[in-house]
Write a protein that binds this ligand. Structure first.
Ligand SMILES: CC(C)(COP(=O)(O)OP(=O)(O)OC[C@H]1O[C@@H](n2cnc3c(N)ncnc32)[C@H](O)[C@@H]1OP(=O)(O)O)[C@@H](O)C(=O)NCCC(=O)NCCS
Length: 165
């Protein structure tokens, strides 16, 4: 399995994998593939990686800039992330996250946040911080991983593309 940056030829398959992966996710409103398209159109897809197995794209992860207390502080948000349903639980999601975090840090991002299951994301060094929060979300599901010592505090907002319906 290989991880590489997306190209324009991957766009359709990223859409279909994202739709297929989220279709059975209870808390999803099925807007994830439209969000990825909107991020791309806005130039806000800071990192977009695909996992490729036998020349087939089997997973995707997006990272985009967030604001903290209304300002860009060099932090990114991880997601949406999806792995083709028949390829889940083989480590592809973990490989996408680890490579994405490595690239984010190499791009001098200061840290990354994620909204999701703490049981999954804690294994990548993410942890909840009551002082870095997303409105309307239980604190334990919103986590951060800093790439440097300085820890920002306040309200986080994702890119406006996340309001796509
Ligand atoms: C979440 C997702 C990207 C993980 O990718 P993956 O390739 O299946 O994950 P990995 O193989 O790296 O890791 C599998 C492990 O994570 C666990 N896991 C996977 N998704 C999880 C989730 N949403 N919550 C908690 N644990 C999860 C599995 O139970 C497994 O645990 P184990 O290692 O103890 O056996 C994939 O399951 C997926 O596309 N899910 C549907 C879309 C989705 O929910 N995206 C994330 C929204 S926050």
């Amino acid at each position: 399995m290989k991880i590489r940056e997306e190209t324009s030829r991957d766009i359709d398959v990223i859409r279909s994998i994202t739709r297929a992966a989220f279709i059975s996710v209870e808390h999803s409103n099925q807007t994830e593939s439209a969000i990825i398209d909107a991020l791309r159109e806005s130039g806000a897809l800071s990192i977009s990686l695909v996992a490729v197995e036998s020349n087939e794209v089997v997973g995707h992860v997006a990272f985009s800039p967030i604001t903290i207390e209304g300002g860009r502080q060099g932090w990114l948000g991880l997601g949406p992330i999806s792995v083709r349903p028949d390829k889940q639980k083989e480590g592809i999601g973990a490989a996408l996250i680890e490579e994405g975090l490595r690239r984010a840090s190499a791009m001098n991002a200061k840290g990354c946040v994620v909204l999701g299951d703490p049981n999954y994301y804690s294994r990548f060094g993410f942890e909840a911080d009551s002082e870095l929060f997303l409105d309307g979300v239980p604190a334990e599901y919103f986590m951060r991983r800093a790439f440097e010592e300085n820890m920002p505090h306040g309200r986080v907002d994702y890119h406006k593309s996340f309001n796509t319906k």
